[in-house]
Design a protein around this ligand. Structure first.
Ligand code: NOJ
Length: 530
């Protein structure tokens, strides 16, 4: 890459707006709440904040069902609050990435409302209305990602409309030019307000196969995390990248803005098609989310990711948790051990070139909460009649203080209840404790910031025992940053003479004159000659 850009190495912190900080006591987080907590994020040492959707919405999918992408939902504040957030973030040196949801709108979007009201309206062509299939049922066999058919019937006209998510999230027809024009207007609207970039929801969606033919039945529901492999006609159509070519021209007309796509595909070579100098700057890189914490698997996936994304005009991303998946401390076994492994995994990714995307609460070592059934709100849970747990357990509010019931998140009743971990893992409980997960994140992010300007982007693998993942990145001062991770069940040593410890995921991981000692499930960064 000829010129360095902030987003090539930015640590980005995802704020799930409903659950971060509630300023007005209604139990739901909001924009002024985020603004008030920005100093915490600046202290944590991240470079940017990605704020999940805060636009006008009936909240059927908690904001991913957007009725007006250019206005703020009163539950979250006002446009002036959004402007204040951006200004306050910039004053602290933080960038702001907002979420765009271009695959679908809310059924309460004015276009869809008009399409329902008047079946002869031309606005109907901006969505995917179709006549019933030969048996009078849905036009094809597509399923919603949230469970059940991807079609709902409009009783007035007898036609069905497509929704790959909830029935309150009708899919746009991206073959209609008005949809393109509208989204280009939306891009300019937010760029002109000074946001630093966009996270693009379901970026591999948008276009559907023109004929909307049935999916092969043998593929159905094969791959729960990566729906696309089970539904080849619904996702990743050849035309979609052209949308991002146009959007890149638009963002390139502003200074140093970024687009990161939520490209939920399991094959990296297909994901890689979305990034490059004339398309998206970044795509989320999800295969690690679905992989066990195992040295060999990680080496293979990281190697493939670097080859796919460390390319001109783009940069890799690293993701272990977000609001849609089970928190990584829980995936790695939960409890003390799961949290320790989660820290080790995070440290390993923080040392790589590219952008780690961190999810709120992981810096506290939060685990997935077991939200009681009656309190659950996720449409996945609701649509499945309570048979699929859904994502609420990753979305419980941030515990800022140890004091129940609001834990500094809200003076009212939180929209999702806190689990049992809130008091013990609150920010206040960890503040000032050098052994806490929070202190570890601060140390690791500070080291990352101190080193990154001098680090070569090339990652060199170092060989060691099978359970050890080790890599080096050369530093301009002649030494290298060496990261070593032990994914095994026993303590291991790694020969590395003259290493100086920079940061470790666990105080029991140590460097002596000749070798590093890493207990099971720990990682460390050292400075060494390699
Ligand atoms: C991906 C988002 O991350 C998820 O929360 C949402 O439900 C779907 N896209 C639909 O917008």
């Amino acid at each position: 890459m000829t010129e360095a850009h902030w987003w090539q190495d930015a640590a980005v912190y995802q704020v799930y707006v409903r659950s971060f900080a509630d300023s007005d006591g209604d139990g739901v987080g909001d924009l002024p709440g985020i603004t008030a907590r920005l100093p915490y994020l600046a202290d944590l040492g991240v470079d940017a904040v990605w704020v999940t959707p805060f636009y006008r919405s009936p909240m059927a999918d908690h904001g991913y069902d957007v009725a007006d992408q250019c206005d703020v939902d009163p539950m979250f504040g006002t446009l002036a609050d959004a402007d204040r957030l951006v200004t306050a973030a910039h004053a602290l040196g933080l960038r702001v990435i907002v979420d765009l949801v271009p695959n679908h709108s809310s059924d309460e979007h004015p276009w869809f409302q008009e399409a329902l009201r008047d079946p002869s309206s031309r606005l109907r062509e901006r969505y995917l209305f179709r006549k019933p299939g030969p048996d009078g049922g849905p036009p094809n066999n597509w399923e919603s990602v949230f469970g059940g058919p991807a079609w709902s019937r409009d009783e007035a006209s007898g036609e069905y409309y497509l929704h790959l998510f909830d029935r309150k999230q009708p899919d746009f027809d991206w073959r209609h030019p008005a949809v393109h024009e509208e989204w280009e207007r939306i891009l300019h609207f937010w760029l002109d307000r000074g946001v630093d970039g966009f996270r693009i929801d379901v970026a591999h969606g948008l276009y559907k196969q023109a004929a909307l033919t049935d999916h092969p039945p043998s593929l159905e529901s094969q791959d729960a995390l990566f729906h696309a492999s089970a539904a080849p006609h619904a996702w990743d159509q050849p035309e979609v990248v052209d949308v991002y070519r146009r959007w890149r021209q638009i963002t390139d007309g502003y200074t140093d803005r970024v687009m990161v796509g939520e490209v939920f595909l399991s094959q990296l070579e297909r994901v890689a098609r979305f990034v490059g100098p004339d398309r998206l700057h970044q795509s989320f890189n999800f295969p690690l989310l679905a992989a066990p914490l195992d040295a060999q698997t990680w080496r293979r996936l990281i190697t493939a990711s670097l080859a796919a994304f460390e390319v001109d005009g783009a940069a890799p991303t690293w993701v272990l948790s977000n609001h849609d998946v089970i928190r990584h401390a829980t995936r790695y076994g939960g409890g003390e051990q799961g949290r320790a492994r989660a820290r080790a995994a995070t440290l390993t990714l923080l040392g790589l070139p590219g952008s780690p995307y961190l999810y709120q609460g992981e810096e506290l070592g939060l685990e997935q909460d077991d939200v009681p059934g009656p309190a659950r709100q996720d449409p996945i849970w609701l649509r499945s009649g309570g048979t699929v747990p859904g994502r609420d357990g990753a979305r419980t509010p941030m515990p800022w203080t140890a004091q129940a019931p609001g834990h500094g998140f809200s003076s009212g009743t939180p929209w999702l209840p806190f689990g049992g971990q809130a008091a013990e893992r609150s920010v206040a409980a960890q503040e000032g404790d050098p052994g806490s997960t929070l202190a570890f994140y601060r140390r690791a992010l500070a080291q990352r910031r101190a080193l990154r300007g001098g680090l070569d982007r090339t990652v060199t693998w170092l060989d060691g025992p099978p359970d050890v993942l080790a890599y080096a990145r050369r530093h301009a001062d002649g030494d290298a940053l060496v990261c070593v991770l032990n994914t095994g069940e026993a303590t291991t040593t790694f020969a590395l003479p003259g290493a100086t410890l920079l940061v470790s995921s666990d105080p029991a991981a140590t460097a002596s004159a000749d070798a590093l000692t890493l207990p099971a499930g720990t990682a460390m960064w050292v400075r060494a000659q390699v």
